[in-house]
Design a protein around this ligand. Structure first.
Ligand code: EPZ
Length: 424
């Protein structure tokens, strides 16, 4: 397993171009199952999770082509055995996004339950309840979801809780249902709307995405489409915070500032200067950083996927910040590692109180999940001495060569080969 070696302290200066959003590309890839026509996707990030989804689709006999960097061409002519096996689903929860499309198009699906992960139990009960409302007969057997339905029928389904992949799964299934489906209490994340844009290009009739109520009029069949994935707001936010924690000046090109308003507003309240243009953001850190409380929330609130990175930043801010994680029950895995570097953080339930500024000392760290790993890298940039981050495959799930991007901004960071990745 590769590891990163970071020599802090450093000051980042420069510009980077952000790639496509992993969390939009994954449902977009699953959407190819809804049609026997080719779906061509551009601006797909070159990250591990995308490769995992590609392997899952190949397992389903989809014709998967990766003709060039960030380009994929997917053709689901037929899926003789619509089954997503545990050894693939356990690596990536987003594999459950195949469930809705498979049962909607082929009338049956067998998808492994994802199991928990580092940040929480992450059940899919809402996905299942919604599909049942659309007429799908679902049995849970031996850790698998067994789904059967000759033809889905449109229905009303209010989500009991706020989920992102829940509405994405049901929206895809509903495109081929008979009649109208109304999904309520949906997440308004930009990635949901990006998927809806692709589905409309494929011939689906969808309205309301981006709000909490989505209307889908079912159609007989969908066609192929070409689609470019929207920019990754989480990667953009991560590198803005890397600029902030190093007292630097970082510009992010090719992003959508409107998708990051809660994050850039918060960074401005912390004392950073932010310049906004149509497709770019520039952050200039101003000394000293001021601590500010934050609560994670569904979009357009502050994203849970930037909580760990913000916590690292708050270790260098003046004052104390209360960080409240409202989405996942166990998303403070980065705290213990930050404490080992000298951070003053106290956790009570869903709240973490960070007092700063505290000098961080480089040491050996272990990544536990994707965004916690990014948080440790940011801390290493601000720490004195050398920081080693192990199990970098967690980071590679959602960031294209994080060390290459940071080195391009002036960081002293390198990837050192370790034993081979666990079989993926
Ligand atoms: C998506 O996960 C993202 N992943 C996550 O990003 C992100 O953190 C999360 O949304 C929240 O914004 C993708 O889009 C591929 P949820 P998702 O369904 O949809 C509970 C990253 O770092 N829940 O929104 O799987 C669940 O336990 C990843 O890129 C149920 O109880 O998350 C959690 O507490 C991490 N039952 C909360 O809802 C369900 O059926 C949010 O889960 C579904 C969810």
């Amino acid at each position: 397993m590769d590891r990163l070696r970071i020599k802090g302290k450093c000051r980042l200066e420069g510009r980077l171009r952000v790639g496509g959003a992993k969390n939009a590309a994954l449902p977009a890839m699953a959407a190819c199952l809804l049609t026997d026509q080719p779906v061509a996707l551009e601006n797909v990030p070159e990250v591990r999770d995308i490769g995992t989804m590609g392997r899952l689709l190949s397992h389903l006999q989809v014709k998967v082509e990766h003709p060039g960097t960030r380009s994929w061409r997917l053709e689901a002519l037929d899926v003789p055995e619509p089954e997503a096996p545990y050894d693939l689903v356990k690596r990536m929860r987003a594999s459950v996004l195949c469930l809705g499309p498979l049962v909607a198009r082929f009338g049956r699906a067998r998808v492994s339950l994802p199991g928990g992960c580092a940040i929480g139990a992450r059940p899919i009960d809402m996905h299942i309840a919604g599909l049942r409302r659309l007429g799908v007969e679902i049995r849970l057997e031996h850790g698998y979801v067994e789904a059967r339905c000759a033809h889905l029928r449109g229905a009303q389904f209010p989500f009991p809780g706020v989920s992102v992949t829940g509405p994405e799964n049901l929206m895809m299934a509903a495109t081929l249902a008979r009649g109208e489906t109304v999904l309520r209490n949906c997440a308004a994340e930009p990635e949901v709307s990006d998927l809806a844009d692709l589905l409309r290009r494929m011939g689906a009739h969808i309205e309301g995405d981006g709000s909490d109520v989505i209307h889908i009029q079912g159609v007989e069949q969908l066609g192929g489409a070409e689609h470019s994935i929207l920019p990754d707001r989480i990667v953009a936010g991560t590198f803005l915070m890397a600029g902030a924690i190093t007292g630097g000046r970082v510009g992010v090109e090719g992003c959508r500032p409107a998708d990051l308003i809660s994050t850039t507003d918060l960074l401005e309240r912390c004392g950073c200067r932010i310049e906004r243009a149509e497709n770019s953001l520039l952050l200039e850190a101003q000394e000293p950083l001021q601590a500010h409380d934050v609560r994670t929330a569904p979009h357009p609130g502050f994203p849970t996927d930037l909580q760990a990175q913000y916590m690292a930043l708050m270790t260098q801010a003046r004052g104390s910040a209360i960080i409240t994680e409202t989405i996942f029950e166990n998303r403070f895995m980065h705290v213990a590692e930050l404490q080992r570097m000298g951070a003053d953080i106290r956790v009570t339930g869903r709240h973490a109180v960070v007092r700063g500024p505290t000098p961080l000392e480089g040491t050996k760290l272990m990544a536990t999940d994707l965004r916690a790993s990014a948080s440790l890298v940011l801390a290493g940039l601000a720490a004195s001495g050398e920081t080693w981050v192990d199990r970098v495959y967690h980071i590679d799930r959602g960031y294209e060569s994080i060390e290459g991007t940071l080195a391009g901004l002036g960081a002293a960071i390198e990837r050192l080969p370790g034993p081979p990745y666990p079989s993926a």
